[in-house]
Every structure is written in structure tokens, then in C-alpha cells.
Write a protein that binds this ligand. Structure first.
Ligand SMILES: Cc1cc2nc3c(=O)[nH]c(=O)nc-3n(C[C@H](O)[C@H](O)[C@H](O)COP(=O)(O)OP(=O)(O)OC[C@H]3O[C@@H](n4cnc5c(N)ncnc54)[C@H](O)[C@@H]3O)c2cc1C
Length: 382
């Protein structure tokens, strides 16, 4: 087993970190406060080939996998500029279209997703379904060769920035519950109403409630085969969990760096406050949790990239990284005392994002359910 990071990965980390550092936490804090997307950072990374690192070279991507995309997510976040839409556009949409899309869908969407010029966001969550995906009630009904969509989705991130949505809809019923299928729907499709859903997180990316009122799409909108959505979604959610975990370890690294610098400089007694173990131990503990999460991310990404089952490791990585991020940001805020809450020190936006990671893309309890059932063989609880 070789734990040395390959030279090309170290170079990738350095290049991404170099770009993100030019934007930095001040840029992120300003965008988060204004709820404005970090569009320039996204495009600069896209121009340099980093948004599409996991997309095949024939479509203009980097020809890498989730291992590389996770590095990109982590380094951007570690520079204080986390990009939430990488989880949906680059991880879920690009991976699902690459793996399950038709040649035409790949040719139409992957080059734009690879260059960063196009974003495709992901719509699965519904008011009455949430964690229970099989309960979704958005339907797609065939009308001749077309499909007609009806239903409501909510908490859909980045719709205002996206050209299209990857929508999970019910096309029938099977023994599990809803028979699911995936559709690519243009963001400006007639009959698709978008309403801003205000959240009290300081996030550049905005969330939306979407009403599909007879949205008509052509036969080319169906991704893969009708009724295959459940399998596709469960395959595609691993990349989202892996990149979500990488976002978490990146945020944790950023917060720990800021906290360690502050604790080494701030002096209100004889020595710097970092001398006190009440200050240093929470940081050390969060550092350990962050490194453990990072190891599990590498395993999960490797398994996904090698076509091995990655559900268990992706869930564990996401759990560990979200908890590490919360611990790290919380400790960083505490170390900063009153300054931890000051706009000038800009820590609160990362706390909100870290806290979000315990809930989304999959909540902590559903991961514990997964591990209890699949890793420990305990009875299903729900
Ligand atoms: C800022 C933000 C951005 C988001 N972006 C997107 C997006 O782009 N696309 C998208 O489709 N969705 C998005 N979501 C939705 C997100 O994925 C869901 O909020 C998340 O999956 C949890 O679903 P829910 O909110 O319906 O919680 P519910 O399913 O209502 O669950 C609520 C809580 O109950 C507990 N719980 C539920 N079921 C169980 C169980 N079986 N066992 C034990 N405990 C349980 C958990 O603690 C859970 O947190 C976003 C959400 C937020 C807040």
C-alpha cells in the first residue's frame, strides 16, 4: 500500500490552491453576504481545466475521476472559497451523464460542464419526500414521444446559475415504491416556475422551490432508460457524498489554519492563548478528525473510480468530514473569542456550510442507518 501522494496530484492541489488563493476568503465572505455566486472563481477554474477534471478528455475534460475532483473541491475550500455547486454540477450531473447518458447527451452537455461554461444542477428533494426518495411525487408522463412533468421540488441549489436541471421524477410504480427516471430539463422551460427559498446561511449559492406545471421535454431528455432512476441516483449520490466530504475537509483545514495562526499570535496573558490546552486540544482533536476523514475520502474516491462498491466508504467519508468540519469551525470560532463572530474575521459563513453538511446531501442519521444496516447487519429501522 502506497500512501505517498502522486506527483500529479500534488501538482493539481498546488495549481487549484494557487487560483483559489487569488480570490480568497474576503471574496467569499463578500459574495456570501450578498448571496451572489462566485462566478469569476468558477470560470477561472473552468478555464484552467479544473471544473471538469473528472470528465473524459474527448469532451474537453481532464480525463481523471472522483479522486481528482475531490482534490479540487478540497483545495478550493481550504483556500476559504468553497464552491457548493461542484457537488451537483461536476459530481452528480457530469458523472451521471457520462455513465448513463446517450452519445447525444454526452456531446451536448459534457463539453460545457467540462469548461465550466455550463452548470447543471440536481433536483431530487421534495416537500413531502426528503430523505425518503422513493416517496417523491413529481411525475413524468409520456405524451407521444415527449414527457410531461408535474410536481414540486425544493431546496434546489443554484437554479439561477444553471442552464439545465437533472430532475428525478416518478414514471410509474414498482415493488420498491416510485419507479424513478432522470430527465434533463432546461432551466427556462415553459411551465417551470422558480421561487427563491430564503435560507439563513451565508451562502453565495441560492436555493429555490420549483413548480413543474406540465413541463414538456422531448425524448432526448430521458437519461438512460426509463425506470432506471433509482439505480442511477444511488450511483450518482456517491460522487456527491465524496465531493461533499472533500468540501468538509477543505473547510476544516481552512478553519484550523486560521485558528492556529490566531492562537499563536493572540496574547492576553503571559503567553499566546494557544499555550492553553483548553485552546489547543479542540484544534488538535479536529485536526485528527479531519485527517481521518481525508483518508476515508481517498478510499471512497478510489473505489468509485475503480468501479468497486463505494456506498459504505462514501457515506462514512461524508459523515466523518461533516463532523470534522463542524468541530474545526466551531473550535476556530471559540479560539477567536468575540472576533469569532465578527464580519472582519469571516468565520460564520463556514460554520453555516459545515453545519449544512451534517444535513445535506444526506443527513447524519441516514448515514448511521446505512452503516447499522449494511455494515453491521442490523435490522432496517425505517
Ligand atoms: C442549503 C441547502 C441546499 C440544498 N441543495 C439541494 C439540491 O441542490 N438539490 C436537492 O435535491 N436537494 C437539496 N437540498 C435538500 C437536502 O438534500 C435535504 O434537506 C436533505 O437530504 C434532508 O432532507 P429533508 O430536509 O427533507 O429532511 P427530512 O427527510 O425531513 O428529515 C429531517 C431529519 O429527520 C431525521 N430523519 C429523517 N429520516 C430518518 C430516519 N429514517 N432515521 C433517523 N432519522 C431520520 C434526520 O435527522 C433529518 O435531518 C438542500 C438543502 C439545503 C438546506
Amino acid at each position: 500500500m502506497d500512501f505517498a501522494e502522486p506527483e500529479e496530484h500534488r501538482a493539481l492541489r498546488a495549481a487549484v490552491a494557487g487560483i483559489a488563493a487569488k480570490f480568497g476568503p474576503g471574496y467569499y465572505a463578500e459574495r456570501a453576504a450578498a448571496r451572489r455566486p462566485c462566478a469569476e472563481l468558477w470560470q477561472t477554474l473552468g478555464d484552467a481545466g479544473f471544473i471538469g477534471v473528472n470528465i473524459a478528455e474527448e469532451y474537453g475534460g481532464g480525463g481523471g475521476g472522483l479522486t481528482e475532483l475531490a482534490l479540487v473541491c478540497e483545495e478550493i475550500a481550504a483556500a476559504g472559497t468553497p464552491l457548493l455547486l461542484l457537488l451537483v454540477s461536476a459530481a452528480i450531473s457530469a458523472e451521471m451523464i457520462s455513465d448513463f447518458g446517450t452519445d447525444e447527451q454526452r456531446g451536448t452537455w459534457l463539453p460545457g460542464l467540462a469548461s465550466g461554461a455550463v452548470k447543471m444542477v440536481f433536483a431530487i428533494t421534495e416537500p413531502d419526500a426528503g430523505s425518503n426518495t422513493l416517496r417523491i411525487s413529481t411525475t413524468a408522463r409520456q405524451d407521444g414521444a415527449d414527457w410531461i412533468l408535474h410536481g414540486t421540488k425544493y431546496y434546489i441549489s443554484g437554479v439561477d446559475e444553471a442552464e439545465a436541471l437533472l430532475v428525478v421524477a416518478r414514471t410509474g410504480q414498482d415493488e420498491r415504491g416510485g419507479r424513478l427516471s432522470l430527465f434533463i430539463v432546461p432551466a427556462d422551460a415553459p411551465g417551470l416556475d422558480q421561487h427563491l427559498l430564503p435560507v439563513d446561511l451565508l451562502l453565495p449559492e441560492r436555493q429555490f422551490t420549483l413548480h413543474f406545471d406540465g413541463v414538456r421535454v422531448g425524448p432526448g431528455a430521458l437519461v438512460g432508460e426509463e425506470g432506471e432512476g433509482f439505480r442511477q441516483v444511488f450511483h450518482g449520490l456517491n460522487p456527491e457524498r465524496i465531493t461533499g466530504a472533500a468540501l468538509g475537509t477543505g473547510i476544516a483545514r481552512y478553519a484550523l489554519g486560521a485558528a492556529a495562526r490566531y492562537a499563536a499570535e493572540r496574547k492576553v496573558w503571559a503567553g499566546p492563548i494557544g499555550t492553553h490546552q483548553g485552546v489547543s486540544h479542540p484544534l488538535a482533536k479536529a485536526k485528527i478528525e479531519t485527517e481521518l476523514a481525508a483518508l476515508m475520502i481517498r478510499q471512497a474516491a478510489w473505489q468509485h473510480d475503480h468501479g468497486q462498491p463505494a456506498g459504505e466508504s462514501s457515506n462514512m467519508a461524508k459523515y466523518a468530514a461533516a463532523e470534522a468540519a463542524i468541530a474545526a469551525v466551531d473550535a476556530a470560532i471559540q479560539v477567536h473569542g468575540g472576533n469569532g463572530l465578527a464580519s472582519e474575521y469571516g468565520l460564520i459563513p463556514y460554520w453555516g456550510l459545515a453545519r449544512l453538511l451534517r444535513i445535506a446531501p444526506v443527513n447524519r442519521e441516514m448515514i448511521l442507518n446505512y452503516v447499522a444496516q449494511h455494515s453491521l447487519g442490523l435490522p432496517r429501522s425505517y
